[in-house]
Design a protein around this ligand. Sequence first.
Ligand code: CIZ
Ligand code: SF4
Length: 310
Amino acid sequence: VQEELSLKDRVLQLKKEKNAVILAHYYQEPEIQEVADFIGDSLELAKKAAATTADIIVFAGVHFMAETAKILNPTKKVLLPDLKAGCSLAESCPPEAFQKLKDQYPDHVVVTYINCSAEIKAMSDLVCTSSNAEKIINSIPADRKIIFAPDKNLGKYLIDVTGREMLLWDGACIVHEAFSLDKLIDLSIEYPKAKIIAHPESESHILQVANYIGSTSGMLNYVKTSDYDTFIVATEAGILHQMQLDVPHKTLIPAPAKEDNSCACSECAFMKMNTLKKLYDCLEKEGPEIRLEEELIEKALVPIKRMLEV
Ligand code: CIZ
Ligand code: SF4
């Protein structure tokens, strides 16, 4: 009987009936990760979206990620449980202002981090994610000047590791800028054996004290393969669910935020706008749906394809 099925089972049943695939980001609530066909970071999920043969893609993540899925596989119906699930980083780079910067520096190669709108992608020469950003920057001939947008923290980190000069857009992620260096240092005194791992969207003073800097999948891999047992994790706290499943006997401590909030750590409020109930409803109603103009899809696809080829 329908009423007796749990919400989770109803999602799984509906997904099968509609030949839908559920792609969930690591920052989603555990109960959403549990109904997903694939869990991943933005690069892994983009690849899954491009390759799927399902009729419907339900993207449990934020708006720019669902847009990327639509750009990569435009004949599919791409659903996002809550269209308001945005991203502070993507929003920090409005197309009109970005066009002005581009016009000022017409000879620069434009590289954008995947955390931006489809309009910004369409204005880019290359797109990158945090797992391939260094490789993408290194693929650009040394005599070419570069504009990097929208994340200034990732940009500064890339300048450090590649030695390239880059003009940086002044954008940032609220979640990754929330870590407190003082509290982080106190915590590492309390746990002297702990290794600090951080996402490069974090501020440079946090990266300076990190033992390992890497993308979402990079950090998961590091914790799995490292000989150490205790880690302080400076990224969105949702990653801890999969990380703890990977290393049940290791100790994982979320890096502390500057302001005390409900979990005293960093969670992305946009990511958490998706709930299992909203996911069920969107699958049932087949909406809200991501719709993009064909011309925008064509333009935005070019720099994403270049990224996938590098
Ligand atoms: O949205 C983010 O902060 C990240 C790091 C996404 C991803 O998976 O690369
Ligand atoms: Fe955007 Fe930051 Fe949330 Fe990622 S964690 S979706 S960059 S606001």
